[in-house]
Design a protein around this ligand. Structure first.
Ligand SMILES: [Zn+2]
Length: 71
């Protein structure tokens, strides 16, 4: 009862260093959300599941996740 206002973005923490995450990208049409660690910069990919909950799909550096072959 004391903390029910953090359903949107709050409460998410970096799986690596445990620091708070901040919203990096939100795509409601695709049910996709990307959050970035405020400390180490790790990206966390979330997808909306059947019940409308955000589930962590994977986490990693941006170059890993987007398969950036430019470098
Ligand atoms: Zn981190």
């Amino acid at each position: 009862m004391s903390k029910g206002t953090d359903k949107k973005y709050g409460g998410k923490k970096c799986i690596d260093c445990g620091s708070p995450l901040e919203l990096f990208e939100l795509d409601l049409a695709k049910g996709r959300r990307v959050m970035q660690c405020t400390r180490c910069g790790l990206y966390h990919f979330y997808k909306k599941d059947f019940f409308g909950k955000w589930k962590l799909v994977k986490a990693g550096k941006v170059s890993d996740l987007w398969g950036n072959s430019k470098k």
